[in-house]
Design a protein around this ligand. Sequence first.
Ligand SMILES: [Zn+2]
Length: 506
Amino acid sequence: MSRRLQDIRTADLCTDRAVREFLRVQGGRLECVVAADGTVFAVSGGLSRRVGRALLGLVHGSLGAARLVEVTPLDFAQWKEANRPRLGAIPAASRNPANRTVEFVFGRAVEERASDVYLDVRLDRAMLAFRTYGFRRPFDQLSRDDGLALARSIWALGTNAQFDESGVCDVAFDFEHGGRQYRIRGNSMKEVRGNSVVCRVRDPSFVLPLEDSGYAPVQVRQIARMCRAPGGLILITGETNSGKSTTLASLMSGLPTTQKVIEVADPVEVLMDHVSHIEIEHYGEGTAQRLNQNLAALVRQNPDTLVLGEIRDGPSATAAKDMAIQGKRVLTTLHSQSCAAAIPRLVNLGVPMPLLGARAFLAGIVNQNLVPVVCGSCGLASHPDAAVDARYRTLFGESVRFLNRAGCGDCRGGVAGQTLVAEVYPLCLDRTGRANELIGAGRVAELERHMRRNGAGGNGCMSKHQHAATKAAVGQIDPEHTERIIGEFNGEDVEGRCGDLVELGR
Ligand SMILES: [Zn+2]
């Protein structure tokens, strides 16, 4: 007869000294409870294999029986909440159980370093998932009704927000966990079987220093020089989830406090003392008019630097263009797959090509992707497929490492974080004027060749693949996974020159 966690009370727990000592030594971090009959209730994936085996062995030795029952993280949290010692705790009756679920889900998301929380409500169930280091992973399952109740209580935390099951709705609220304040922004859409809810989790006080983002040291210096140019447009480009807004925030934090800096964004994610943050919603009624009014006012505010969250349409492209023509510094992001591809993209959004080629109009372009970092403790030294292994070994040498999806205690599914692979065009350093000519004439392919060969004041710019190759060669990133993100490495990019490339990056 199997017992359920819900039936266990504090009085039913194992009181054996050895077992209690084992749990105490683990610092109460183990997501499990041991009942007096030897049943170990543990959150699926919550115990490492080694600790789980040690605990079951100990329980069996002490109680004469041991059995593992896996429970979901939500069930476990609800059990803990219901059986928490009353002393000092907030009286459970004063707290809404649905809110406790929200707290639990976002608390876990923060601990798992998730950037996004997904709630997919379907006909027969609801699924929760987290995105950590770029990977989306299932977290828990609920009934459809509990899923909808969770969505409603998320929306109840926002001001003036109500969950609309039959349409599109947004919500924003602050969430505190572990002494830090996080900003949650949610969006829900009706899907044919239910609702698709996505919540972004941000720490508004967190700014990653440029040197720690993963650019090569030479790229950090080039970006710094772009930001020191007297004016002009600086474009941070990349695809969705390529760390563009993180880069924008670190550049913004590095701007001199003696300047008037205005940021216009939707949403504003990071707040800084020396910046005036203006939030303009890009969706909803009267958006174009509101945007135009605000952008006209910007000219009167006369900032030294405009930070524009994103160029995504005609009006935002016009705003960036008008400021840059006046000789202001404009920092912004743009969706594009390479530095050179940003040029036709801006032309499509109404910026005239000859203007793009004008001297000092474009100070520089950065293009980047985020790539998972291989865990230093569990990364694999060889690829299971011998032919694939041989190819990467030829390209990158013996230090190459691969993601171990089984993962370990030091990582999340083999991934220990994310790093950037990037290409930087510091156009302000091109004193020959050749780059400007090529941009003005829309000769994008030639621009690429020119920048590679003699872009950065005659030294040539590292391509994104070359930058990635330096990281694959030292085992920091998995080359196979990297190719899925940025496309295949070709022999020319890496050609037995990994050592030189590492050198080139300095
Ligand atoms: Zn690991």
